[in-house]
Ligand binder design. Structure first.
Ligand SMILES: [Zn+2]
Length: 172
């Protein structure tokens, strides 16, 4: 379902007066409040150890629960994508990484809590600064592992943008 089917009432004046007024905008015909449908920015890390193995985590939440994923998450207000990645990797795995190289961005799409979501995910190659305290945060992921390039299969990753990233980076 689209946002215009879910949002019934204007969040400012409370009237049932929302109308689609463009491809990416809904507006209140009563008070004029406008809601833009913009992508949410996500950052994900391709983190490699000294042996060139990729750090992956197993998702413990929907969407794509139980599949492999790259560490990362949504960028917060006033953060750069790099800062968001550093924070998210620290929260998920209690390690310190340093984004080294911007790779590319990929638009994602999935349904979460009945609503179409359109994140825009930015991918960075990162190096590990300190992983002495590596420990998975079980509220976000159920496991982690390091995969050598021959063990990496894009089909094992559940989110479409992550699958595309694995295909593109590892030329699968
Ligand atoms: Zn209104």
């Amino acid at each position: 379902m689209d946002i215009s089917d879910i949002y019934k009432f204007c969040p400012v004046c409370g009237k049932k007066a929302l109308k689609i007024v463009g491809k990416n905008k809904i507006a209140c015909t009563d008070c004029g409040h406008e809601i833009y449908i913009n992508p949410t920015i996500g950052g994900a890390a391709l983190v490699f150890d000294d042996e060139g193995r990729l750090l992956v985590v197993k998702r413990s939440k929907e969407p794509a629960k139980g599949s492999w994923d790259l560490p990362g998450g949504f960028v917060e207000v006033r953060e750069t994508v790099e800062e968001g990645i550093i924070r998210e990797v620290r929260e998920e795995l209690n390690i310190e990484v340093e984004p080294q190289e911007y790779l590319f961005s990929i638009p994602n799409h999935y349904v979460y809590k009945n609503l179409e979501r359109y994140p825009l995910d930015f991918f960075f190659k990162c190096k590990i600064k300190d992983m002495s305290q590596l420990k998975v945060d079980e509220s976000e992921n159920s496991a982690y592992t390091f995969l050598s390039p021959s063990e990496i299969k894009y089909q094992d990753f559940g989110l479409s943008s992550i699958q595309q990233t694995i295909k593109r980076y590892f030329k699968q």
